[in-house]
Design a protein around this ligand. Structure first.
Ligand SMILES: Nc1ncnc2c1ncn2[C@@H]1O[C@H](COP(=O)(O)OP(=O)(O)OP(=O)(O)O)[C@@H](O)[C@H]1O
Ligand SMILES: [Mg+2]
Length: 403
């Protein structure tokens, strides 16, 4: 094989007249300095936290809002400013930020807190080991460390709902209760961030009232707001003239329809830019946004199917194999697949549930069709390409024998 063309690709990447001048600004982790349309929210958080600079304990704060509404970005931004200010004035505060979702287990959340807070490095006796302690012991050590060193801690737990989903509210109970005991000798102010609006219902009333001393809701962005956010981001990310205004508008419109999610809007922009680059286009236009949208949808559907349970996969396959899409036929298909796989079949009621979950995810459509005096029946159809389904099922060694 002539490898010159490979060199060519790399060479172009190095010198090439790229569309993008700063790729980093399109990544998930990038937090811009300016967050338009979030002044009020930023102010509220800053006001709550500013108490710490006056030697007081800030109220606990619960931040809610749908995905991609800027909760994490805004909190991090305000915290960074607070850190800078406290340093300037020589005020010692300890800021600890953990993410309960990426931590995977509740114990890991405690471990992360101890690592971030410095317990593990500084105090061998109170070290929260990677494994081996009970949750209670780990919590006690963290609290003891705060007390012993009289720390003023601001503890941010992002995606706090996954902590409660996994382990109930024991940990939060200990942390919120601890304050009642600590005050004189240091404290922990908790900032919980959640995109589940029903999160509070899962808490014990005492934890709930203590955790939400203050509450703040982030509303979804409107299409116009998304447009401006995208315009600003595009200025940072793209070389001048490398993206059309129409493309940005379309991007905002698409993301606006999907819950006003700024993350989706920026993702769309990044994927569109990648598609345009691969085509060696000189400018990102609407067509690239549409292609990006298709690609993202396809990837999401693939991931959802790939990560679903065996029985959900069997139901998907049963629908795909069905000629008429009638529920009876789908269920019969499902029973025979279960037999082939030596699996106990779930009840019809459970299958109906799975079908409605698939419907909600947009993976299938289900319509009620009237047959005149013969009554009505439900017709189920797959709503995504059968290629996507096949690829997702093929990756499961258990399912692949059925294909
Ligand atoms: N007002 C804004 N201006 C500029 N960029 C923003 C704004 N709001 C959000 N973003 C960007 O959108 C993306 C998502 O924001 P963020 O992660 O803060 O959302 P979130 O509310 O925490 O969502 P989730 O609930 O899914 O965690 C980030 O890349 C962030 O930089
Ligand atoms: Mg977040």
């Amino acid at each position: 094989m002539d490898s010159d063309y490979l060199d060519n690709i790399f060479e172009k990447a190095v010198i090439g007249n790229s569309l993008i001048k700063n790729r980093k600004t399109l990544t998930i982790d990038y937090v811009p300095e300016k967050l338009p349309f979030r002044d009020e929210e930023s102010k509220t958080i800053a006001q709550v936290l500013s108490v710490v600079l006056k030697d007081g304990r800030p109220s606990n704060l619960l931040v809610f809002g749908k995905p991609g509404t800027g909760k994490t970005a805004v909190v991090k931004n305000v915290i960074n400013r607070l850190k800078r200010k406290s340093k300037e004035h020589g005020i010692g505060i300890t800021v600890t930020i953990v993410n309960a979702k990426t931590a995977n287990t509740s114990y890991k959340v405690l471990y992360d807190i101890a690592e971030e807070m410095g317990t593990n490095k500084i105090d061998k006796k109170l070290k929260v080991h990677f494994t081996g302690l009970s949750m209670g012991e780990a919590t006690d050590r963290i609290l003891e460390y705060v007390k012993k060193n009289q720390l003023q801690v601001i503890l941010v737990i992002d995606e706090i709902d996954s902590l409660v989903d996994r382990n109930g509210d024991d940990i939060l109970y200990s942390f919120t209760r601890a304050n009642e005991r600590l005050t004189e000798s240091g404290f922990i102010s908790l900032i919980g961030i959640s995109n589940s609006l029903t999160f509070k219902d899962k808490l014990d009333p005492r934890v709930r009232s203590s955790l939400s001393e203050e509450e703040l809701v982030f509303n979804p962005y409107t299409v116009l707001q998304l447009k401006e956010i995208l315009n600003e981001r595009a200025q940072l990310a793209f070389n001048e003239g490398s993206i059309s205004q129409a493309a940005i508008n379309l991007c905002a419109a698409v993301a606006g329809k999907e819950n006003g999610d700024a993350r989706k809007a920026i993702d769309l922009l990044r994927v569109a830019a990648e598609i345009a680059e691969r085509e060696r286009a000189t400018i990102v236009i609407e067509k690239h946004i549409r292609e990006a949208q298709e690609k993202i949808e396809k990837d999401t559907n693939y991931e959802v199917i790939k990560n679903s349970t065996t029985h959900t996969k069997l139901v998907v396959l049963s629908i795909l194999k069905s000629q008429t899409g009638m529920t009876g036929e789908v269920y019969d298909n499902y029973i025979s697949l279960c037999k082939m796989m030596d699996q106990d079949a779930l009840t019809q009621r459970r299958i109906t549930q799975i079908v409605s979950e698939l419907d909600q995810l947009g993976l299938i459509t289900s319509n009620v069709v009237s047959h005149g005096r013969y009554g009505r029946s439900q017709i189920i159809k797959i709503a995504v390409s059968s290629n996507t389904i096949m690829n997702a099922l093929k990756d499961d060694p258990f399912m692949s024998t059925l294909l």
